[in-house]
Design a protein around this ligand. Sequence first.
Ligand code: ZN
Length: 191
Amino acid sequence: MAVREILQIGHPILRRVAREVGADELGSPEVQQLIDDLVDTMHDADGGGIAANQVGETLRICVLEVDDNPRYPYKPPIPLTIAVNPVVEPVGDATFTNNEGCLSVPLRGEVERHVDVRVRYLDRDGGGHDFVASGLEAGTWQHEVDHLDGVLFVDRVTDPATLATWDEFTAHHREAFVERITAFVAEADAR
Ligand code: ZN
């Protein structure tokens, strides 16, 4: 188990565009160790996802998992997913307003995300995956792939007045957000 330090906003590596992982290096001990470290670090921090830039490595790898997380009780579960060279493309024009946080940013804020995105990636064994993610899961994919392009959610906050610390979000905004997003999740499920 290797929990790595999570870089915080202002660290230049968070602003770098990560490079693709070559087919010849995916199986290397270094890349496989990095994947294990990302999973351990995400679990230790109770996050729903983490990208390699956040632990100081500019390779296009991110990991996602949402599993009865007390930080996100309203989020539909995502099984542990290791995504190498992920590509996310919008499907259709629909967007929704998400309230996002990030292990590298001590704030939350409102961001517009595509409701449906086509996701393609390789798993840690090089197997290809191609599917459409929707709703909050689509938002998570967009957030993680942004990291690999050096983009943080704060760059996409349309109204800076929505920025809040976790404590102030919990005290003043969480209830309304959970109500709105729970209705959105139910609507997405009914489609
Ligand atoms: Zn993040």
